[in-house]
Design a protein around this ligand. Sequence first.
Ligand SMILES: [Zn+2]
Length: 150
Amino acid sequence: MPRKRQRERMMSTTHQKTGSTWLSKAGLRPTRQRVALATLLVGDGQNRHVTAESLFEAAKKQGEAVSLATVYNTLRAFCDAGLVQEVTVDGSKSYFDTNTHDHPHFFWEEDGKLTDAPSEELVIASLPEAPEGAEIASVDVVIRLRKTAH
Ligand SMILES: [Zn+2]
C-alpha cells in the first residue's frame, strides 16, 4: 500500500474511534451507519453545523450508502441523546450543532450557512417576563447577516 494511502487510512481510523467514543458517551449503540455519520460530525474534534442535506452530501462523497431519511433520523436520535443541539433558523430548515453549549449564531442569509458568533460579546440585559404559568426554556440568538453593498 502506498504510504500516503496508509496515512489516510490511519487517520480515518482515529476519526472513527473518536466518533464511536462520542456515541457511547451518550449510550448510543455504535451501528455502522451511526459511526460513519458521527465520524463526519466530530471525527476531527471540531464542532460543526450541519443540515440533514449537507451531512447526507458529505456521507455520499465518502461512499457511504445511506439515505437522506436515515441521515435525518440519525441526527434526530443524536439530538434526543444530547449529542447535538438543533438550531432552527427559519422554521423550514433545521441545523444541528455539535457544540451543545448555549451560544449565539451568525446566519449567512445568502449562503444559508450557520456559524458561531463570539459569545463573550453578547450581553442580554433583560428579558420579557414569561407569561403566567410558563417559564423561559431557552433563548436562541441568531444574528442574520447579509453582505454589505460596496
Ligand atoms: Zn454553534
